[in-house]
Design a protein around this ligand. Structure first.
Ligand code: FAD
Length: 389
């Protein structure tokens, strides 16, 4: 019954809820679950210790589970250790803004790039004190990071960067930034509720469906924004199909078979006929930045998103910071794929991605896919428990 709240098209997207749930459950979720376990996708390069540029550190994390377990240097892939050359820098300045089209040059992959991403404040080009983390050993789940410190981060993100829109006032593009952040916030809350410390003394972990309801389900717009963010990121991934299928996923001599599997899973993700037929254009980026204010607006939103990315250095719990940084970098990569490749200038500015950006992008898609699945499967039960069924 309650699922009826979510019928019809996902707001501002081109597919309906039922199709998204079916596609996710049958195709995307199983493939992504395998993909993120491969050596290429399980190591993420991140700068975990950095000063918060906005206020003094007030690290407030109750549980030991806050800390990240880093990889010993011997563990992470050999090719990842070599610095990528900066031989062919593409100048970000002077890149024409404005019109967006739906294509990406098909002579896609020419090696991982080190070019800065204009949408994010920290990325792979910033090599100081970077470390590798095995994501499989550091799952996103409840950490006990609550209270004023966590609240201040979300407040800063919402109030300074994407105030909840008043529908008449703000334009579609600003609403999209708000919805992306809100969708990510929902996804983080879903992961906390799906992997919660139920009994600290017994170290018992499990689902907290009351929390799922209280934080996400009882606010239908949070659920809608989760689906929106999922489709937005899915669209970025499908737009970059040629690039991602051609890309190199090597992680060293010991992993030849696993690396072939990575490549093959990437191909399957796109070649599955159900993906194409069910939801061919999950989101239509060509509708944006069309008005007179287009270029200016794009720069403004880019700046706001970079601020959000910088705020991640202020997250006072290491594991939350890891997943916050990864997912914001993933969103920044989706924005770059959808909006930086320019209609007029397609030939001069081919899509160029950093290895770490692709790792973040696909891990983000997997997290969103997990959240969509959990919400879809658990909402009837959670709503019944809450007396809202
Ligand atoms: P919060 O989730 O802190 O929400 C604050 C306010 O934002 C709410 O009162 C509401 O007004 C609004 N809001 C809530 N959800 C939405 C939404 N979807 N859309 C729009 N507005 C919304 N904790 C962990 O246990 N594990 C983690 O891995 C983790 N990762 C984090 C990563 C980041 C980047 C941040 C900032 C925090 C993270 N936290 C994590 C903390 C967690 O997100 C919550 O802040 C914390 O659990 C306290 O929750 P709360 O109920 O007070 O509401």
């Amino acid at each position: 019954e309650k699922q009826k709240k979510y019928i019809g098209m996902v707001e501002d997207c081109c597919c309906d809820y039922e199709t998204v749930n079916k596609l996710n459950t049958e195709v995307l979720h199983p493939l992504l679950q395998d993909l993120v376990k491969t050596p290429f996708y399980r190591y993420f390069k991140v700068k975990l210790w950095c000063d918060c540029p906005f206020w003094p550190d007030d690290g407030m994390c109750r549980l030991r589970d806050c800390s990240v377990c880093e990889c010993p240097e011997s563990e992470f892939p050999e090719p990842f250790k070599k610095p990528l050359s900066k031989d062919n820098p593409v100048c970000q300045e002077g890149k024409p803004q404005g019109a967006v089209d739906r294509t990406v040059d098909t002579r896609a992959f020419t090696g991982w790039t080190v070019t800065d991403n204009p949408w994010t404040s920290d990325d792979e080009t910033d090599n100081d004190e970077m470390t590798y983390v095995n994501l499989l050993l550091n799952p996103e789940r409840f950490t006990g990071y609550i209270g004023p410190s966590a609240r201040r981060i979300w407040d800063a993100i919402y109030s300074e960067n994407c105030p909840k829109y008043a529908s008449e006032q703000s334009c579609q593009e600003e609403k999209i930034l708000y919805k992306l952040v809100s969708g990510l916030h929902s996804s983080i809350s879903v992961h906390i509720a799906s992997d919660y410390l139920l009994d600290e003394a017994k170290n018992l972990w499990g689902q907290n469906l009351t929390m799922l309801y209280d934080r996400v389900l009882r606010y239908p717009d949070r659920v809608r924004n989760l689906y929106f963010t999922f489709l937005f990121v899915l669209r970025a991934v499908t737009k970059a199909e040629n690039y991602l299928v051609e890309a190199e996923y090597e992680t060293g001599r010991d992993n030849v078979i696993e690396d072939l599997k990575t490549k093959s899973l990437m191909k399957q993700l796109f070649s599955d006929p159900k993906t194409r037929a069910a939801c061919p254009l999950p989101f239509d980026e060509a509708k944006l930045w069309k008005g007179q204010r287009g270029p200016e607006l794009k720069q403004q939103i880019q700046k706001q998103f970079r601020n959000i990315s910088a705020i991640m250095d202020c997250v006072g719990c290491e594991k939350c910071r890891l997943w916050g940084k990864l997912q914001i970098l993933g969103l920044g990569t989706a924005l770059k794929i959808l909006f930086t490749v320019n209609g007029e200038d397609n030939l001069r500015h081919n899509l160029e991605l950093q290895r770490n950006e692709v790792i973040a992008l696909m891990n983000l898609l997997n997290r969103l896919s997990e959240s969509v699945k959990f919400v879809h499967e658990m909402s009837p039960v959670a709503e019944r428990i809450a007396g809202d069924g």
